[in-house]
Write a protein that binds this ligand. Sequence first.
Ligand code: LRH
Ligand code: MN
Length: 383
Amino acid sequence: MSDIKAALRGQRIETPSWAYGNSGTRFKVFAQQGVPRDPYEKLADAAQVHAFTGIAPTVALHIPWDKVDDYADLARHAAEAGVRIGAINSNVFQDDDYMLGSVTNPDPAVRRKALDHLLECVDIMDLTGSGTLKLWFSDGTNYPGQDDIRSRQDRLAEALSAVYDRLGEGQRFLLEYKLFEPAFYATDVPDWGTAYAHCVKLGPKAQVVVDTGHHAPGTNIEFIVAFLLREGRLGGFDFNSRFYADDDLMVGAADPFQLFRIMYEVVRGGGFTPEIAFMLDQCHNIEPKIPGQIRSVMNVQEATAKALLVDADALAAAQTAGDVLGANAVLMDAYNTDVRPLLASLREDMGLDPDPMKAYARSGYSEKIRAERVGGKQAGWGA
Ligand code: LRH
Ligand code: MN
């Protein structure tokens, strides 16, 4: 058990700055009291999640949502709060010029503008000490014939190559795929295969990020994880959960068994390493945001603990013997194990309160920010 505790103690989960701001759907964004007004306050809230879970020391930024005058100062502020800047997320999906695409747009001037933003994000990596650029493109078309699918792939490859060449020492980019939305006919990076093919063409600094909300219903995501790990091209995860589409709900909330199966393939595939970025990408549209992030980190931790509990030798023996039910039972035994006492004791070993949710509620931080953060413009997606 001590080795499992040691592995769990080394777990690192990255929270997204945008989860602390207001978010919603096209129907409504419900503003919440105490929401941050700037990236500094977002980092302060993220530091709370790390303070109570002990395993969330980095925060992903999204540009321009987290645009500041002095990124080095923002990184210093993060360090003072006990966290670090993680992945830098580009945003070429909210500018009017990108209606027909960003790096795949038929207009070379628009493509240039989009590429300049991606290169600016690498500058921000230099200034904040971030080693990871996360690239998601909303690029796609809504009607057959609207644009040439192959030409758009050529344009995409050209931009990715330019970004790849700009990456410095110790820097990489993670290419994110998504089946649909906002494009409703063809998305230019719709699936893991397309992302993988572009990354392999470029080189080892280009890896694939698996957003658990970006697949067709019924997709076996853990197969994709196992495959990308085997290829050495799994760069990370955007964890969330969904009942229908890209719902961005708390990871593990909709399908904790799927999250367990994914983490089992991570453990089995040797992916439980700092090279893999375990990031959350969620929106707390109606629930309180900091407790929502704490709960999400705990959900990943629980799934990971269960995955680490799988009796690998017994499983291998049953698999080799063709013992279908026996093999399945080994995995289900781990999944059906209540790991909450183990994690509570781990937190005590780490000098933390065994119940982060209750400890945060008792801290009075929510009341403090609701009282202090009056006036100013609350942070959001700025859409
Ligand atoms: C796109 C996405 C991407 C982010 C955005 C916040 O759906 O998953 O990772 O840029 O959400
Ligand atoms: Mn994502």
